[in-house]
Write a protein that binds this ligand. Structure first.
Ligand code: SF4
Length: 1002
């Protein structure tokens, strides 16, 4: 006879979870209430606490916790399953077992791969597999009828696939062996011990087990339930279901059918609660059903909002929440349902703080994204790489620790002045005593840290030295970490300690590279607040009750979510292995005939159900919002929104569409600040100042300060977009860099050229030149490594080397043709001497006179070559050369002012201006008419695309120069009026301030 399983079935808002809690409250015998995740268990416990009741005989936990408790009944297992330690151990196994030509050889050093592999083993364990079963199933699949798309009928493909599967099985075995040897257990050991515990324990610690929030059970979970039931534990399970809606609840009904094979089901159905707005009641009843009659409600409790960007979307929602709270809504009854936390959370964090909206929830991010993670990685570079002034300046620019601003500034200034071999401590003036001490500490820790690895050292020793340095230079200066930083710091230490236990002896630099990579690939969780508006994911098994829900980012590919293939086993492989196991009962007596490895389709089937559960969760109002564009592409609304509209009918919803220039639409005014903003937008009485000019006198003075020297680049930015100039040059806003940008690759190539050319004799041939350039590139990459995975850096290096080889080749050809010889590199005018510019650069600024006064201009010219009486100014570019007419159209001022500066200061009679494009391998040039022969196009250049030469008579050169001067006078005049209107255009493509100006044209 089958054991009994009581099922409490009902649709969303039928009170299933509360039913569980009530049972727990009234339980007379010991009861466990089990959820799929620990966070769902915590939510239920909070609901119990909020209700004011107590459940003295019940405890709440997730299924893994339950397995752990059962395993403890008979075995004395070391139950710690610390993911960081397991991933580190798995890393050691990968390094020992895999060679460079193994299937997973290329990624054997990567912490992300190790962590993923551990999860993969756990996942297969939950399906009831072990390494032997996996290998046997693979052999049977290779021999049997695998689906044609796997290509296993072709011998080389089959061998390659078997290599992968055998490698996975072997890694799994070795990993389990290593755990055992280290006195630890893995999930499979726990499961085995749990079964033994249930079987042998004289009494079990509970008599009733309630399960809530499950939409399916893994093979291992089902087996444990069955065994518990046989020991007379009363089983109760809630299931999201409504037999009248078979389409929407198909997944749940399949789940019930599978349970009925092992249990006698005693089903109790709960109806949906009526409490709720008309539109939301309709939504709950009719979503995803075939509807014949349109809904007939006249309360638009569903709002569909589309906004031009994620920022505008979040801002409108947060303002609305603020207004709701101000009008009496309880924050705990409001939920933000977000499925892309990494995309949305930074905006939610900052806007919630601006509008004082308390947020309650948990979040995750890579350790390297936290301020402390970034600083720790910087510190590692500081301890192990050459101390360049750039590295020091960047370190001292952080306001993370408790140095005074003046001490930080003193250290920054000293770092900038530092020359090779100088001691920073000596460069800091005496009066900055704390700064001096700090510099001393830095040098002492650097010495101590490097001393740990004279040759190869045990990583644990290097880790100790790093902890000392971290404490003295970072954490000791910031004694009060906020909870988020404390969580990041704890994860940083935990993961580094775990890795250091298993890494082989290595140098301090190798250890620091391994740690930086580890922190980029490991995430930590932190709490966003204790109470307030709930920030939740629609994938949580229990969303709890709420009055108002805002579902953000309801767009294609998110609802329904596009599920990526598993990196170890693709869909076809999963299907083939499932078939091999299910079809071979002799080989797999415990798994056949109902064996099924979970696949993408299983996830996809849940998508409608998850959306329904989230959309039907609130009882007063629902907002569905999405951005029309993301930073890189256009976005489309999820087609589920159409289902919502059909379900509630035309009277049940309203739509709001924000335009790009809706900075603060009347609908969303939430506080005094917004009201003033709105007033300013609507006001026509701001004359004589135009509305895009700054109104506040102090702010006007700040931006209108024009009695200074302007760099040519600053003037170009001002001409392109005054708002960008305001953000970049006056507010000096800087964006955080995650990963690598194209600018960094350009900078790298640029620096390699400048450093190599300083050492190269003018007559060097192409091969010598290329060698020197590439060696310089190697040195630079070793001194200041770019962020990114190793394999990415290798590709970038190869790419840069190719660009430099091409440059070396064309350099010799150009010198021969143009009869030029190098005169100066990084030649500057209007600037104070700096280590990175030509020491002979003492040229005064250019002066542009006008009736309103003079404007002074500075600049740094990449390179000047002499060609008899004439000179050639060269500007290096990574990507395409500028349009040769950009100067005539005032989009580029460099050719005009650099040429004039060289003429006036270096005595050139004529100046050729050239853009040397590294990727296009050409030198496009603006040539005075008289020099047309000398700088003419060469035969080998004819294959280049685009125009190479712009020939100009002197009169045209002069007229462009005069116009440029008038243009600059106009720009400075506009600055005096504090006009900062955003001016969108093609230049927005690379502008980092698009989210700030809201006018980006991309
Ligand atoms: S994105 Fe475009 S409009 Fe906005 S600040 Fe940048 S350049 Fe100006």
């Amino acid at each position: 006879m089958k054991p009994t399983l009581t099922i409490i079935a009902g649709p969303a808002r039928s009170g299933k979870t509360w039913h569980c809690i009530e049972r727990a409250i009234g339980a007379r015998s010991p009861t466990r209430v089990v959820f799929p995740t620990s966070s769902a268990a915590e939510t239920a416990q909070s609901a119990l606490a909020a209700s004011g009741y107590e459940a003295p005989n019940a405890s709440f936990q997730d299924f893994l916790g339950l397995i752990g408790d059962l395993a403890k009944l008979e075995a004395n297992l070391p139950l710690e399953i610390d993911p960081a330690r397991r991933a580190a151990l798995c890393g050691r196994i990968c390094r020992l077992e895999l060679k460079s030509d193994s299937f997973f050889g290329k990624v054997r050093e990567m912490p992300g791969f190790h962590a993923r592999l551990c999860r993969f083993f756990d996942d297969l364990t939950m399906d009831g597999l072990d390494a032997d079963a996996l290998e046997l199933a693979s052999e049977l699949t290779a021999k049997g009828h695998a689906p044609p798309e796997l290509g296993l009928d072709k011998e080389p493909i089959r061998d390659h696939w078997l290599l992968k599967m055998r490698e996975l099985a072997s890694l799994w075995r070795e990993y389990r062996k290593a755990l055992k040897e280290g006195g630890r257990c893995d999930l499979a050991d726990l499961v085995k011990a749990a079964h033994e515990g249930i079987e042998k324990a004289r009494t079990l610690p509970f008599a009733q087990l309630i399960l809530d929030g499950f939409e399916g059970l893994r093979r291992v979970e089902a087996a444990i339930l069955k065994q518990l039931a046989l020991r007379r534990v009363r089983l109760v399970m809630t299931i999201l279901d409504d037999p009248d809606r078979p389409r929407l609840f198909a997944v749940c009904q399949r789940f019930l059918a599978s349970l009925s094979l092992d249990f006698d089901l005693d089903v109790h159905s709960l109806p949906a609660k009526k409490k709720g707005s008309q539109a939301l009641t309709l939504l709950e009843r009719r979503l995803f059903e075939s509807i014949e009659q349109p809904g007939m409600v006249d309360e638009a409790d569903v709002t569909i909002l589309d906004a031009p960007s994620v920022l505008a979307e979040v801002e409108s929602i947060v303002r609305t929440v603020r207004k709701l709270i101000d009008s009496g809504a309880k924050p705990e009854q409001v939920a933000l349902i977000v499925r892309e936390p990494e995309r949305y959370r930074p905006f939610i964090d900052s806007l919630a703080a601006r509008y004082s909206v308390p947020i309650n929830g948990s979040a995750q991010e890579p350790i390297s994204h936290s301020p402390i993670g970034r600083r720790a990685a910087e510190l590692l570079d500081l301890l192990t790489l050459p101390l360049t002034n750039q590295r020091l300046t960047s370190w001292f620019s952080s306001a993370f620790w408790n140095l005074s601003r003046s001490d930080q500034a003193a250290l920054r200034r000293a770092s900038r002045r530092l020359r090779k071999g100088d001691e920073l401590t000596n460069a800091v003036p005496e009066r900055y005593e704390t700064a001096k001490q700090y510099a001393q500490q830095l040098y002492a820790h650097r010495k101590a840290f490097l001393a740990t690895s004279l040759g190869a050292s045990p990583p644990a020793r290097i880790f100790d030295a790093f902890q000392e340095a971290l404490k003295a230079l970072l954490l000791g200066k910031t004694p009060h970490l906020d909870p988020r930083e404390a969580a990041a710091s704890e994860a940083l230490h935990r993961t580094a300690a775990a890795q250091s236990e298993y890494l082989p002896p290595m140098s301090a630099r190798q250890w620091s590279e391994a740690m930086s990579r580890l922190w980029r690939e490991t995430r930590y969780a932190y709490q966003l607040g204790q109470s307030g508006v709930r920030l939740i994911s629609p994938d949580e098994p229990d969303l709890g009750s709420m009055e108002i829900a805002f579902m953000l980012g309801v767009k294609e590919a998110i609802y329904p979510r596009r599920v990526a293939d598993d990196p170890f086993l693709g869909e076809a492989e999963r299907a083939a292995l499932s078939q091999a196991i299910a079809g071979n009962p002799d080989a797999f007596p415990d798994l056949s005939p109902r064996f099924h490895l979970r696949n993408r389709q299983d996830h996809a089937d849940l998508e409608r159900l998850l959306f329904y559960r989230a959309a039907a969760a609130p009882n007063k109002s629902l907002w569905l919002s999405f951005p029309r564009a993301d930073s890189e592409s256009e976005e489309l609304a999820s087609f589920f929104i159409g289902d919502v509209q059909r379900a509630v009918g035309p009277g049940g919803y309203r739509t709001l569409s924000l335009r790009v220039d809706d900075i603060c639409p009347p609908e969303f005014v939430a506080n005094d600040f917004d009201a003033q903003l709105r007033e300013a937008i609507e006001s026509d009485q701001l004359d004589p100042l135009p509305s895009f000019a700054l109104q506040d006198p102090a702010a006007r003075d700040f931006i209108a300060k024009v009695d200074r020297i302007f760099s040519v680049r600053e003037l170009e930015t001002l001409g392109a977009c005054p708002f960008r100039h305001f953000a970049q040059h006056r507010l000096r806003l800087r964006t955080e860099r995650y990963g690598m940008s194209i600018d960094q690759i350009g900078d790298l190539a640029h620096q390699a050229i400048q450093r190599a050319y300083k050492n190269l004799p003018p007559e060097a041939d192409a091969a010598t030149r290329a060698k020197e350039l590439i060696e310089e590139l190697d040195r630079l990459m070793a001194e200041s490594p770019l962020p990114g995975e190793e394999w990415q850096l290798m590709l970038i290096k190869e790419y840069c080397e190719e660009l430099l080889r091409l440059l070396a080749e064309r350099e010799s050809l150009y010198q021969e043709q143009f009869q030029t010889e190098p005169l100066a590199l990084e030649w500057a005018f209007g600037m104070k001497p700096r280590p990175d510019i030509d020491p002979s650069s003492v040229a005064p600024p250019l002066e542009i006179r006008s009736q309103h006064g003079s404007v002074f201009v500075s600049g740094i010219v990449d390179r000047v070559d002499r060609a008899g009486d004439a000179m050639m100014v060269i500007d290096y570019k990574l990507t395409g050369s500028s349009n040769l007419n950009d100067d005539a159209e005032m989009r580029s001022l460099q050719p005009i002012f650099y040429s004039r500066a060289v003429r006036e200061n270096l005595g050139a009679k004529q100046v050729v201006f050239a853009f040397d494009s590294l990727t296009e391998a050409k030198r496009a040039r603006i040539v005075p008419f008289e020099l047309s022969k000398q700088f003419n196009q060469m035969d080998w250049e004819r294959q280049s695309r685009g125009r190479l030469i712009e020939l100009r008579p002197n009169i045209r050169l002069k007229s462009i120069e005069t116009r440029a001067e008038q243009h600059v006078i106009g720009l400075v005049q506009q600055l005096k009026n504090a006009e900062i209107a955003a001016q969108p255009g093609d230049h927005c493509a690379l502008c980092p301030y698009g989210d700030f100006c809201r006018m980006a044209q991309r």
